[in-house]
Design a protein around this ligand. Structure first.
Ligand SMILES: Cc1cc2nc3c(=O)[nH]c(=O)nc-3n(C[C@H](O)[C@H](O)[C@H](O)COP(=O)(O)OP(=O)(O)OC[C@H]3O[C@@H](n4cnc5c(N)ncnc54)[C@H](O)[C@@H]3O)c2cc1C
Length: 498
């Protein structure tokens, strides 16, 4: 059995531990935070100290890609999510009213489902499930603080990781060394491995681009006896006002969260949503959100809180066809990050963990392992990263257009115009044409390479028809009813002067 150390026991660390244990490897997970507290999902949400995962209390939706990986490989784990209050949101439950009436189920719809619950709930169940596997040991309250390379001085040899150094997060603790055959970095967005490796002369190149947005969350709970508002209403509970994106994330046990996403430049609105009263006032003005947050329907359970410093990040572990380091693999956020607005991070993590497990099972030569892992990561995950990056860039352009009073972003080349016009047509057609919605949902759920559905002829023909209506007409479908930017700023100014 190969001895594998996984640094980080978040979503990806846990998925990697599961996938590797099924390949007959002996896995130890080292996690800086403590275990979930005893008790139910509320105890985990309110009491679990998760300093290591700053996004822990922001709402998460788990897309079809992750759901299907878990369902296919660990059906009993998915059953445990249901038992803890998580919910399955199926394709037909997500249909707008007009499409609901003409809906006829097809086989592929079974794959188009989301798992919804607070991240605290899913993480607690996942941790307990992983901790009960016989090949896996989880060591909590252990901070990894360095990497050990075996042959750093040997000329011509590939740098090879032999282990890591740790200290305990509680009380006095000396640094100690743990050796391993393989070290996996699943320490998330704050991973230090790049810096530690750089000190040993190993350069991991990185692409990094700001999304130029800030993300705010507030949690609520439905009052006793209050039913969730229907999903099949005209006013959607998630969408875009142009200058502000919003979303309701239904969770477990009557809990739900509302998010607001603002461009970096919207400083007045950004300041306002930090204030609990103003947050409520702003979201109450959005018709799709009001039925959730009105005072007779729900109560807030947390203040609003934000998440900034959002970047798309891609790390390269192979340079000029050569691995930069052997016996070391980064997975999940430690290797690839996308804008949380798209909800792709956990699905990428689950996929990445399973890619790694397959490579480690199939290939024994350390150099080939590193090369094949990089190649499969490029093949399967790079298209998702690129699509996310393009969406970020487009979002930045759209935010600028809205400030300048235009409904859509301008294109300066025909190629760009065509891409934008197709995007607008997809947005409009997906509201009215079920075959287009189905295709778009395959891409949304990461069940196909982003945009693959656009190569299907029935979809192409429909989109051509929509393109004839013009960009302005189609772009309108993207935006939800709600106050204009100037109305919202006026409200904020009035509240500030009170
Ligand atoms: C605001 C926000 C909202 C998001 N919403 C969604 C969503 O709706 N859907 C979705 O799929 N994704 C979402 N994501 C992305 C998702 O949270 C991440 O992609 C996912 O958690 C990545 O898993 P990970 O295991 O790589 O990292 P994490 O889950 O962050 O786990 C890293 C773990 O490593 C531990 N650790 C760190 N350093 C050390 C160390 N030195 N020693 C020991 N342990 C260490 C941490 O304590 C943590 O447990 C969101 C992200 C943000 C920021």
């Amino acid at each position: 059995m190969q001895k594998v150390l996984i640094v980080g026991g978040g979503i990806c660390g846990m998925c990697a531990a599961l996938a590797l244990s099924r390949k007959n490897m002996q896995v130890t997970v080292l996690e800086r935070d403590g275990p979930p507290p005893e008790g139910d999902a509320d105890a985990a949400f309110f009491d679990w100290n998760r300093r290591g995962a700053a996004q822990f209390r922001h709402p998460h939706a788990f897309l079809g890609l992750m759901c299907n990986i878990l369902q296919d490989n660990y059906p009993d784990l998915v059953e445990a999510f249901w038992a803890a209050g998580a919910r399955k949101v199926t394709f037909d439950q997500m249909l707008p009213l007009a499409l609901k009436e003409q809906y006829i189920p097809v086989e592929e719809d079974k794959k188009l489902w989301l798992l919804m619950c607070r991240r605290a709930t899913i993480e607690t169940v996942l941790r307990r499930y992983v901790g009960a596997q016989k090949n896996i040991e989880i060591r909590n309250d252990v901070i990894v603080n360095g990497v050990i390379l075996g042959n750093a001085e040997q000329e011509g040899a590939y740098p090879t990781v032999k282990g890591i150094s740790i200290r305990l997060s509680k009380g006095e603790s000396d640094v100690s060394i743990i050796e391993a055959d393989i070290v996996i970095d699943a320490s998330g967005r704050t991973s230090q491995f790049q810096a530690w490796l750089a000190k040993e002369g190993v350069e991991i190149k990185e692409e990094k681009e700001a999304a130029e947005i800030v993300y705010y969350t507030r949690h609520y709970q439905l009052l006793p006896g209050v039913e969730e508002p229907s999903r099949h209403r005209e006013e959607r509970s998630a969408g875009d006002l142009g200058y502000l994106k919003f979303g309701v994330f239904p969770g477990d046990g009557g809990n739900f969260a509302v998010i607001i996403c603002l461009p970096d430049g919207e400083s007045k609105l950004r300041q306002a949503v930090k204030n609990a009263e103003q947050f409520d006032e702003i979201v109450s003005l959005i018709p799709g959100v009001l039925p959730w947050v009105s005072k007779d329907k729900s109560r807030a359970t947390t203040p609003p809180f934000g998440f900034s410093d959002i970047h798309a990040v891609w790390k390269h572990f192979v340079s000029d066809g050569k691995p930069q380091v052997l016996n070391f693999f980064a997975v999940g956020d430690a290797a690839v990050r996308t804008n949380p607005l798209y909800g792709r991070g956990c699905s990428i993590s689950a996929l990445h963990a399973h890619i790694l497990a397959d490579v480690l099972e199939e290939i024994k030569d350390p150099i080939e392992r590193a090369l094949i892992y990089e190649a499969r990561t490029e093949e399967k995950i790079r298209p998702i990263y690129k699509a996310s990056l393009n969406e970020d860039r487009q979002g930045i352009q759209r935010a600028k257009a809205i400030v300048e009073g235009r409904i859509f972003d301008k294109a300066n080349t025909f190629k760009k115009w065509l891409r934008l016009a197709i995007g607008d047509a997809v947005g409009a057609a997906a509201r009215e044409q079920i075959h287009v919605l189905r295709g778009a949902m395959r891409t949304f759920n990461l069940l196909e390479k982003p945009g693959d559905f656009l190569s299907e002829w029935p979809i192409r023909l429909t989109l051509m028809r929509y393109m004839l209506k013009g960009r302005e007409q189609n772009a309108k479908a993207r935006y939800q009813p709600g106050p204009s930017r100037s109305e919202m700023i006026e409200l904020v100014d009035k509240n500030r002067d009170k």
